[in-house]
Design a protein around this ligand. Sequence first.
Ligand SMILES: [Zn+2]
Length: 82
Amino acid sequence: MQDNKKCIADLHNLPKETFRKIMREVSKAKAVDYNARMGAVCPVCGAERCRVTRSIPWYGNSRERYHRCVECGHCFKSVEAA
Ligand SMILES: [Zn+2]
């Protein structure tokens, strides 16, 4: 846990733009694609159109949403690209 905290502190010492870039790549890697027609597909059970629990306004050319799967209860994030 402490190693993790130190790692995050080091990240904050990077130039802001570099830090943002990294965070954007990291969050993209963990997120599923949001499809305007299909919504977000649960990465665990494959259920479509998972309910949105939180959405974040457009940032740059992507928008993030948080979902909770009604089938299996898994929480995950999706990214919609413009
Ligand atoms: Zn699911």
